[in-house]
Every structure is written in structure tokens, then in C-alpha cells.
Design a protein around this ligand. Structure first.
Ligand SMILES: *[C@@H]1O[C@H](CO)[C@@H](O)[C@H](O)[C@H]1NC(C)=O
Length: 521
């Protein structure tokens, strides 16, 4: 177990010592077998792959970290756009290649696996594009006021990241100047079950919270109505609707997942219902929801965990700035350390950089092993464990639960004409790229959008994910890198990259004639 708290960037070029690499958010510190704790093989792999690529003469160029003023260079597209059929066929050949790779890796020792990973068939350009575009989506929201581009590239199988978005019904609809768009990213850990529930239920929950707060009516969900009453009592009536609704929805969702489900299970007392009712509570998830409120001219971000929202701002002189709209909740956040010390006096809550030595984020949904009272854990964990819920274990020195909260931190930002887009993404993206690189990369798309062939990908999220996966841990960017990276099958892939989920909301209200100008030139 590492004593280092730093979330290491994954990649072949990772120069961190083996013991520091922590590829999963939830790492029970007392799994009897030690589980499948990965140890890094990256450094030597980097050198080896670097060598192989050099031998093969694979082109790679040094991508110098650019100052935040620079814009991502516009790529020149050499090949014609692949057809849908070509992409589908390529995706099948990726599955075949990864299947063969998996067979080669099966039953090998860690060292042998590392050797074998170097010799895997790399993907072709077309296959890379097929993987990158398999889940991309793009649409206009709020009557064209916003454009939304989303994408996901998985590393876990099944993926543990979920994206959700919707127009909030309880707002002024999509009438002129009105409307609210919600975009959420839910990065699961200890399985996908908690994140899946959040993605399905958070939109309706935020809607119900807004309706209840605006109309002063009782919400249908008892957990939600309790949360609204509590927030009203704590905060008085001068709290604006969207921040309050988001906070209430987060609290209610976690209450339903962790406590209401437990009540229901105890009432039914049917062990067959255990997986369905308690599975999402044993798993966990970060959650970040951004609401673009058009009438109010602002964006409100609620965050629990280590996903992140960024604002792309274009300054008057044409350079770009990345502004964070959320704070990461990890042991690197001093305010979080102070909060935990205050709530658990005399205890060492953060051990090895994780909550009770296990959980990377300091706030999360689910994760009942940090929330349920000890007697509940003692009563239920043996059965849950025997049914395959391997995270149903009590952390060491479990003295004063709950240790983890889903209570979000809210950030509000009044949108001005210089604010051009919002990036919402799971930490899989931020592992690969700095905030400034992310904003500059999306800026490269923004300034040329609508111009056919100006960027390799028409979808802003795809453009960004491609750049992220082409960039190694030393900031060098190459096609050879992504070809190798995406060839590695799960679960080995998880040592090199995390699931990545990205939603980019372009503020069309604040668009100017840049794209038009470029088009007409
Ligand atoms: C553009 O403006 C920003 C802020 O005003 C400044 O920090 C930056 O250096 C300027 N960049 C250039 C290239 O002039």
C-alpha cells in the first residue's frame, strides 16, 4: 500500500515508483488475498514501447506543454471521413484484436504479461477512430441556445462511468431566453451499480426538488422532502432555487441509496432482494452535476468527489483561460482534511492518502462501508460478502461513522460574453491532461467548428478525448501512443488509463462570428 497521496497519472510513461500507483478509487485495505492490487509496470513498458516504436519508425513528435494562451494546433486531415460501415467493421476488428490479446495474456504472471503487452498488435488509425467515435453524441439543447457534445471511452469492463443530461422540466421550458439544462457525470467505483442508479435517477430528482422548492409543495420522495425541509431550516428562505435543489437532490439520492434501501431490505427481510436493494449502497460513485440556467444567465455546479467542471474563457486578446467550476474532494484538498479532522477528533481518518486507507474521494455517494453504523455492517456484511460483494468489509478503526458524505459543494458562476464552453468530465480525463491543455484543445475545436476537416473529429468531446489519449505522461503527443494504448484489453488496460467521460456544453448565446469568419475566408 502506498504512503503517497498523489493520484498518479496513468500512462506508459508514468515515472512514479510502483508502490505509488493506485489505479482504483476504492481499495479495501484489508482484502485477505490482497485482491488484484495492481503494481505499476509502466515505466519499463514506456521505455520498451518507446524503443519498439522507434525501431518501427513510427512517427511521434514532441508535444511541448503550451502556455494557456496557445490554441491546440488544428490537425490536418489526410484521410477521408470513414463511413459508418467502415467504423463498424473496424470496431469488430478491435474486438478481435483485444480478444486475441486477452488470450495471450491469460494465465501469465505479471512479468510475463508485461512482456506480452509490448508485443500486442497495435490498432490502425481507423480502428482508433472507431473506438473514439463509438459512443459520441451531439445535440442542441434549449432551442439551440446550447450545443452538447458527449463521449465516453471505457477502460473498465463494464464501464463504471455514467453520463446523464436533460432539460429540466420545472424550468420555464425552452421558451425564448429560458430553460435549464442539466449535465451530470457519475464516476463509479467498487463496481458500476451506484453510478448507474445516479445516472438514471438524478435528473428526475433535481426536477422534483426544483418543483418542490418553487411551489412549496411536499416532494413525493420522503428522502427529498426531508432534505428540502432541512435545508430550509438550516439556510432560511434566501437560498436560490437551483443551488438548493441540487443540494437537496444529492442528499436525497444518497439517503435513498444508502439508508432507505436498508430500511426496505429489513422490512422485506428477503435475502433474494439483497443484491438489488443493497448492491448500489456497497458500490460507490462520485457525482458532478452542472445546471446551465439560461434565464438567470448562470451556471451552477454541484460536486461530490473528484470529477471536475471547467469553464473555457476567451480573453479579449484572443487567448484562452481555464476556470475551475468545482473543487476536487480528495486528501489533497486542505479544506477536506480540516473538515474530516473536525468531524472525527482524535482519529487518523486519512491513511495512505485515502479515507480510512481505502477510498480516494473524501465525498461520495453509496460506499456504505464508510457510512452504515458498525452493528449494521456486522449484521449484513458476511452475507453480502458471501454473495460476491467484495467491498462489503468494515475498514480498520471504524469508530465514528459516517466518514464520507454526498453533500455537494456548490459553485455558481454568472456567465459573461467571454465564457464560451463548459467541460464536465470524470477524473480519467484530468489524469491525462492539465486544465489549460483541456481548454486549449477544446478552443481549437471551438474556433473552427463548422469548418469541415478543420479538426479530425466533428464532436468536441471526441476531439478532446483523442488528444487526451494521444498524450503520454510526459506530455508528448503521438498517434503511435494511442494506437498502442487502445490495443490493451481490460482489465490490464486499467493500469494505463481510467474510464473517461466528457460532456462539453457550448454556449451558443455567447458565440461570436469566429466560426463564420473562418468559414467565409
Ligand atoms: C492576454 O491577456 C491576459 C490577461 O489580460 C494576459 O495574462 C496574457 O499574457 C495576454 N496574452 C497575450 C499573448 O497578450
Amino acid at each position: 500500500m502506498s504512503s503517497d497521496t498523489v493520484r498518479q497519472r496513468r500512462g506508459f510513461g508514468n515515472t512514479a515508483p510502483e508502490s505509488q500507483q493506485q489505479p482504483t478509487q476504492e481499495q479495501p485495505d484489508q482484502q485477505p488475498s490482497g485482491g488484484s492490487k495492481p503494481t505499476g509496470t509502466k515505466r519499463s513498458l514506456t521505455i520498451a514501447i518507446g524503443g519498439v516504436l522507434t525501431l518501427l519508425g513510427v512517427a511521434s513528435y514532441t508535444f511541448l506543454r503550451q502556455p494557456s494562451s496557445a490554441v491546440d494546433p488544428v490537425g490536418v486531415v489526410a484521410t477521408p471521413e470513414p463511413t459508418a460501415v467502415q467504423l463498424m467493421t473496424a470496431l469488430e476488428s478491435v474486438a478481435t484484436k483485444r480478444g486475441e490479446a486477452k488470450k495471450k495474456l491469460e494465465g501469465l504472471s505479471r512479468t510475463e504479461r508485461r512482456e506480452e503487452a509490448k508485443k500486442l498488435d497495435v490498432l490502425t488509425d481507423l480502428e482508433v477512430t472507431a473506438v473514439l467515435r463509438a459512443k459520441e453524441k451531439s445535440w442542441e439543447a434549449l432551442g439551440g441556445a446550447l450545443q452538447v457534445d458527449t463521449n465516453q471511452v471505457s477502460s473498465n469492463d463494464p464501464i463504471e462511468d455514467y453520463l446523464a443530461s436533460c432539460d429540466l422540466r420545472s424550468s420555464a421550458g425552452t421558451a425564448e431566453g429560458g430553460g435549464r439544462l442539466m449535465v451530470g457525470v457519475f464516476d463509479g467505483h467498487a463496481g458500476y451499480r451506484c453510478a448507474e442508479q445516479l445516472a438514471q435517477r438524478m435528473g428526475p430528482m433535481v426536477d422534483a426538488a426544483l418543483a418542490s422548492i418553487a411551489e412549496g409543495t411536499k416532494a413525493e420522495s420522503p428522502a427529498l422532502s426531508k432534505a428540502v425541509v432541512r435545508l430550509n431550516r438550516d439556510a432560511g428562505h434566501d437560498w436560490d432555487q437551483v443551488p438548493m435543489a441540487l443540494t437537496a437532490a444529492f442528499m436525497a439520492m444518497d439517503n435513498e441509496l444508502v439508508h432507505e434501501s436498508l430500511k426496505q431490505f429489513r422490512k422485506l427481510n428477503d435475502v433474494e432482494k439483497m443484491d438489488e436493494l443493497l448492491g448500489p449502497a456497497v458500490a460507490g460513485s462520485c457525482g458532478l452535476v452542472a445546471v446551465v440556467d439560461r434565464a438567470a444567465g448562470e451556471v451552477v455546479v454541484a460536486n461530490t468527489g473528484d470529477s471536475r467542471a471547467l469553464l473555457g474563457v476567451r480573453l479579449k486578446n484572443g487567448t484562452w483561460k481555464a476556470v475551475r467550476l468545482s473543487e476536487d474532494h480528495t486528501a489533497k484538498n486542505k479544506a477536506e482534511l480540516a473538515r474530516l479532522a473536525r468531524d472525527h477528533p482524535g482519529e487518523t481518518v486519512i491513511r495512505h492518502g485515502r479515507v480510512l486507507g481505502g477510498l480516494m474521494p473524501t465525498r461520495a455517494f453509496g460506499d456504505c462501508r464508510y457510512k452504515w453504523p458498525l452493528d449494521v455492517q456486522k449484521a449484513l456484511f458476511p452475507t453480502l460478502l458471501s454473495r460476491g460483494h467484495r467491498y462489503a468489509t468494515t475498514p480498520n478503526d471504524y469508530a465514528s461513522p459516517p466518514y464520507v458524505t454526498a453533500h455537494p459543494v456548490i459553485v455558481r458562476h454568472r456567465l459573461g460574453p467571454q465564457d464560451k464552453f463548459i467541460v464536465v468530465a470524470s477524473d480519467g480525463l484530468y489524469d491525462q491532461m492539465s486544465d489549460a491543455d483541456i481548454v486549449n484543445t477544446v478552443a481549437g475545436w471551438y474556433e473552427t467548428r463548422g469548418v469541415k476537416g478543420a479538426t479530425e473529429d466533428a464532436n468536441a468531446a471526441t476531439h478532446l478525448v483523442r488528444a487526451a489519449l494521444e498524450t503520454d505522461s510526459l506530455g508528448r503527443r503521438s498517434k503511435g501512443y494511442i494506437q498502442q494504448l487502445l490495443a490493451i484489453p481490460p482489465p490490464l488496460s486499467r493500469r494505463f488509463r481510467d474510464d473517461i467521460s466528457v460532456a462539453i456544453v457550448t454556449l451558443n448565446d455567447h458565440a461570436d462570428e469566429t466560426a463564420e469568419k473562418i468559414k467565409s475566408e
